[in-house]
Design a binder for this molecule. Structure first.
Ligand SMILES: *Cc1c(COP(=O)(O)O)cnc(C)c1O
Length: 501
């Protein structure tokens, strides 16, 4: 067991942290992200790991990335997080679709890909708190525009030593998403709507963190505020695992032989998912090209093609909302891993914040392009892809997966000598039933709940249990407040000894 400070900020090699500390703090004090100088330092015998089942393989990978925890400890955490919580014991099945493969990341308790990371993060946080000699209860505050809220509520539900409050915009989430959150059970969970949009909710949460810190508002209460967002290394590490499980399934299917490379196509937003693929590669897995798929918000496509990152552009609301993003936070980690130069990364991030854009060197563009390929697909292409995949392959996919599948075909056309392909699928089609139904030519009657039933009737693909009968479940959370009342709400909730009976 090591408690060495092997992690450091992407913006300063002097700001170091132990793995447990990095999980507990989430973000480095200078605003940088915690990273290993190179994840190759944590490499292990990947061929031996591929022989294990998913949970044991996961424990090895997580213990390699977070060596504060022994393999035995990590096995305990991983089992507590995942066992019997997913539809299948291998958590994330890989299915063959035509000549390619789809890695289904949505078989978790809320049918969202975020389940993979948010199932284990609460356990990692709790254990990290103890490792750091801290006794405080962790109070998670999250603002959500939809999917992350439910996945976080479910991940933290009844994990000892933790509580969670999720804020969502009252009229800014779908009826299905609202019902998913408002019916959440558990003695340590709280859900509250905000009168306003997602930005209002998110700004409100950021302000609470600031005010609580500046004025020491929770002093002496034994409570530590934290967030569950995707820049935390504890959320990134669990995502590395499914790159290995997909590789293992490609071996089993006879698509590759041990040591052959596999190309992965990733529907990308905040760049966490695809960065996990790069970490898997640094750890020794034979990853070929990582293909970054974007929707009409194609800031990453432009960046990987030109080296110019420019967020000064219109923001499009698309059919794949989890990828509607103009600043991809985890890209910062990649820039550090490729340059090893914290001063350069800090400078680029400063330019982005102050001027809205930056340009990297020709040398760095070459390095990026030797690892990544990028493409994008708009809403029209998304609809067509959903319809075509269903008609030609009888595979039903959601809007985010459709973007990735479309870009995968662009990639194959551009690079005829590509490796066997795995396309990552990040959501159940039933999480976006209206858009999927319309893409199949179905006429929608009624709301999202009706669309779920219609889509099942039309395709015969079963609705995941957690989404079935949602409209009939008892509503347990009804609070609606104004943004300016959020701090008072949190302080009052923090004082209450018990939330739900
Ligand atoms: C979060 C999310 C993504 C984007 O993943 P990043 O790690 O942010 O790049 C893609 N699809 C769905 C459905 C998501 O929820």
């Amino acid at each position: 067991m090591s408690t060495r400070k092997i992690y450091q900020s992407t913006r300063s090699a002097l700001l170091t942290a132990s793995p447990a500390q990095a999980v507990l703090e989430g973000i480095a004090p200078d605003g940088g992200l915690y990273t290993l100088p190179s994840f190759a330092d944590a490499a292990f015998d990947y061929q031996a790991a591929l022989a294990l089942d998913t949970l044991d393989m996961g424990a090895i990978i997580l213990a390699a990335l977070l060596p504060d925890f022994s393999l035995e400890e990590m096995k305990g955490l991983v089992h507590a997080a995942y066992l019997h919580k997913f539809e299948t014991d291998d958590l994330t099945p890989t299915v063959l679709v035509g000549e390619d493969a789809v890695l289904e990341l949505f078989r978790g308790p809320t049918s969202a890909f975020k389940d993979v990371a948010l199932s284990v993060l609460p356990h990692l946080m709790r254990a990290s708190t103890k490792k750091c000699g801290c006794d405080d209860e962790i109070l998670i505050l999250t603002a959500t525009s939809g999917d992350t809220g439910k996945a976080a509520l479910t991940g933290f539900c009844n994990v000892p030593g933790t509580r969670i409050i999720v804020f969502y915009p009252e009229n800014g989430v779908s009826a299905v998403q609202k019902a998913q959150m408002a019916t959440q059970e558990g003695g340590n969970v709280c859900v509250c709507a905000i009168r306003g949009n997602f930005d209002d909710a998110q700004t409100g949460v950021k302000r609470i963190f600031q005010q609580v810190q500046d004025q020491n508002l929770l002093a002496g209460q034994g409570i530590r505020l934290s967030s569950a967002n995707s820049i935390n290394i504890g959320r990134l590490a669990p995502q590395v695992v499914y790159y290995f499980t997909a590789y293992k399934e490609m071996l089993a299917a006879g698509k590759i032989r041990m040591g052959d490379k596999v190309d992965y196509v990733v529907p990308t937003g905040n760049f966490g998912d695809i960065l996990a693929g790069y970490i898997a590669k640094q750890l020794g897995l034979p990853v070929g090209t990582l293909v970054c798929a974007s929707n009409a918000n194609n800031v990453l496509t432009d960046f990987l093609r030109t080296g110019c990152y420019d967020r000064r552009r219109p923001f499009h609301l698309t059919l794949s909302p989890s990828m509607d993003i103009l600043v991809s936070s985890n890209l910062e980690r990649l820039l550090y891993l490729l340059t090893g130069d914290a001063a350069t990364v800090g400078g680029l991030m400063k330019q982005l914040q102050e001027n809205g854009h930056y340009q990297v060197s020709d040398e760095l563009v070459r390095r990026l392009q030797s690892e990544f390929w990028a493409g994008f697909c708009d809403d029209e292409g998304t609809r067509q892809t959903i319809g075509q995949l269903w008609r030609e392959r009888h595979y039903l996919c959601d809007t985010h997966t459709a973007v990735a599948w479309n870009v995968a075909q662009q990639y194959k056309a551009a690079r005829p000598n590509h490796h066997p392909l795995v396309v990552l699928s990040t959501a159940s089609p039933y999480k976006f039933p209206e858009a999927v139904l319309r893409s199949l030519g179905g006429a929608q009657e009624g709301d999202g709940f009706a669309a779920i039933d219609q889509l099942e009737k039309l395709t015969g693909v079963p609705v995941p249990e957690n989404l079935r009968g949602l409209a009939q479940r008892p509503v347990l959370h009804r609070d609606v407040i104004d943004q300016q009342d959020m701090l008072v709400y949190v302080l009052k909730k923090a004082e209450e000894k018990q939330w739900n009976k």
